[in-house]
Design a protein around this ligand. Structure first.
Ligand SMILES: [Zn+2]
Ligand SMILES: [Zn+2]
Length: 173
């Protein structure tokens, strides 16, 4: 998986930087039922801090096959994140951790950092909850089933429902 060996960096002075290339050809489960089908790539940099190692990855990219929620076509969703950044804690005893903080740790027994959950959490954020093959996809006719992107049909469709904005009882104009 996405593991980095940081044995030498751990012994370097504060401020030392190390670069790495991410290029992992693995089937990577992002979220229920969605798995990558191309390598996870990006350019990374590690920065040694007093109690943490800061990780930055720019141009984090991968692709995820999905099915359009409107027209049911198979398509490939491209995830492209300009920059992610996070901290991996080296010394648990020194660093205070607040409750809501998403924390990652350097495995000091193996001298490695496992980036799997760090990368996964960012990919989830950039994967849409509703997947559509393109923004204007018209989907399938709910009566005859034709793909309304390719054809029009003669079915009667419900006219668009007008939505009146909800007003709070005491709201001022
Ligand atoms: Zn579609
Ligand atoms: Zn129809």
């Amino acid at each position: 998986m996405l593991k980095l060996s940081v044995g030498s960096l751990l012994h370097q002075p504060e401020g030392t930087k190390e670069e790495f290339e991410l290029n992992e050809s693995i089937k990577f489960d992002i979220i229920n039922g969605f798995t990558t089908d191309s390598p996870i790539t990006g350019t990374g940099q590690l920065l040694k801090l007093p109690h943490e190692i800061n990780v930055q990855i720019s141009d984090l990219k991968t692709t995820v096959p999905a099915i359009c929620n409107r027209c049911l076509k198979h398509f490939v969703y491209e995830i492209n994140v300009p920059l992610i950044s996070g901290e991996f804690i080296i010394d648990l005893n020194v660093r205070n951790i607040s409750k809501d903080e998403d924390v990652f740790y350097v495995d000091k027994n193996k001298n490695e950092m496992d980036l799997t959950e760090f990368v996964r959490s960012e990919l989830i954020l950039h994967f849409p909850a509703v997947q559509v093959c393109f923004l204007g996809c018209k989907g399938l006719c709910d009566k005859c089933g034709v793909n309304l992107n390719d054809k029009t049909c003669n079915c009667k469709h419900l006219t668009e429902v007008k939505v009146t904005p909800f007003k709070f009882p005491n709201s001022r104009p």
